[in-house]
Design a protein around this ligand. Structure first.
Ligand SMILES: *Cc1c(COP(=O)(O)O)cnc(C)c1O
Length: 356
């Protein structure tokens, strides 16, 4: 799905990096906040800055407890390992990051398979979920976890409706399943909808947010859940080598992001809309209307494949990602300005004009 573009020594340096919202560089102010962080031994829960971050995220997400981890992928793996046993089945959307982009971790690490449901915008309905639930038997794999992405990445940054999330969680719970929310971009959903994070996460046993997706931190994600759940998750964190030492220096960047980089996600959403509108006027491009900061453009009707577009843009200092056989993804973030958006739209138009 993801196709990183290998560095071409002859290509100009990247001026507009729309490849991912992970491409942000920590700002001077964030670095300054990190410099002064109080630190201790995180593995012993003695790092005051990590503890402050976890306490704050637990409240934000309406959970009892939280743990700091180096990455979002590790949050998913720790949560899956804590919820599931070998042979279990996880239910998710077929485009879920845990299926597409984590090296097969649920299968490899937890021995759990992921059943992917289909549906537009990375979403499925309560009926879709009900249709795959089986009554437990000695023949079938135990269905133990429902995993949802808010927002859906390959679904175009789409925001799940609150009542759908709550209905899905209730159906899963009635079936004896645990519920997990991959909230890599949960704060985008919060800013786009005006709905509180803790409302979205109510009914989910575990949820995490990522500080490297548009929030501008160099690393870090926080997984939240009940005190019991997070207590059990600590053994998996230790087993995976995710226990840290003076991690407060990184947590300080995450706290800075919560204070300064959440509300401004609205700018990224406005830039994404502007980009989508501009690109949709270019013949041959089919652009999905963005709800948050991800813009997907299908280039099938342009007569060129996504890699051709990505190379031509790269030659102009603009970096985008190729998603599958027909789509490009462009992510807006902290380091993308409105002028960058306009430059990108003009570059697309110029490339098309040359190809005609
Ligand atoms: C990026 C992403 C992850 C993984 O997060 P990392 O911090 O890059 O490990 C997981 N889920 C979704 C939906 C993502 O977009």
């Amino acid at each position: 799905m993801y196709a990183p573009i290998p560095p071409d020594p002859a290509a100009p340096s990247v001026r507009v990096n729309l490849y991912s919202d992970t491409q942000t560089r920590p700002t001077r102010a964030m670095r300054a906040a990190m410099l002064d962080a109080e630190v201790g031994d995180e593995q012993l829960s003695l790092d005051p800055t990590v503890n402050a971050l976890c306490a704050r995220v637990a409240v934000l997400l309406g959970k009892e407890a939280a743990m700091f981890l180096p990455s979002g992928a590790m949050c998913n793996s720790v949560a899956i390992l804590t919820h599931c046993r070998p042979g279990d089945e996880i239910i998710a959307h077929e485009t879920a990051h845990i299926i597409e982009a984590e090296g097969g971790a649920p299968w490899a690490l937890a021995g759990a398979r992921v059943l992917g449901l289909s549906g537009p915008r990375g979403m499925f309905t309560v009926d879709d979920l009900r249709s795959v639930l089986r009554s437990p038997s000695r023949y079938s794999a135990p269905q133990t976890l429902l995993a949802i992405e808010q927002t859906s990445n390959l679904g175009g940054g789409a925001v799940w409706a609150l009542d759908t999330l709550h209905s899905l969680a209730a159906v899963a719970r009635d079936h004896g399943m645990a519920t997990h929310m991959d909230g890599a971009r949960l704060m985008n959903a919060v800013v786009a909808s005006g709905i509180k994070a803790s409302d979205f996460t109510a009914g989910f046993d575990t949820v995490w947010i990522d500080f490297t997706k548009g929030l501008g931190a160099p690393l870090g994600a926080v997984l939240a859940g009940s005190a019991d759940m997070i207590g059990r998750a600590w053994r998996w964190k230790q087993r995976l080598g995710g226990s840290l030492r003076q991690a407060g220096i990184c947590a300080a960047g995450c706290l800075y992001a919560l204070d300064h980089h959440v509300d401004r996600l609205a700018e990224d959403h406005a830039n994404a809309k502007r980009l989508a509108e501009g690109l949709s006027r270019i013949p041959g491009l089919t652009v999905e209307t963005p709800e948050t900061n991800l813009v997907y453009a299908d280039v099938a009707a342009s007569g060129r494949d996504p890699a051709g577009w990505a190379d031509a843009l790269r030659a102009q200092g603009i970096m985008v990602s190729v998603m599958g056989r027909t789509r490009l993804r462009l992510c807006t973030h902290l380091d993308i300005t409105r002028a960058d958006i306009d430059e990108t739209i003009m570059a697309f138009a110029a490339i098309r004009a040359i190809w005609l």
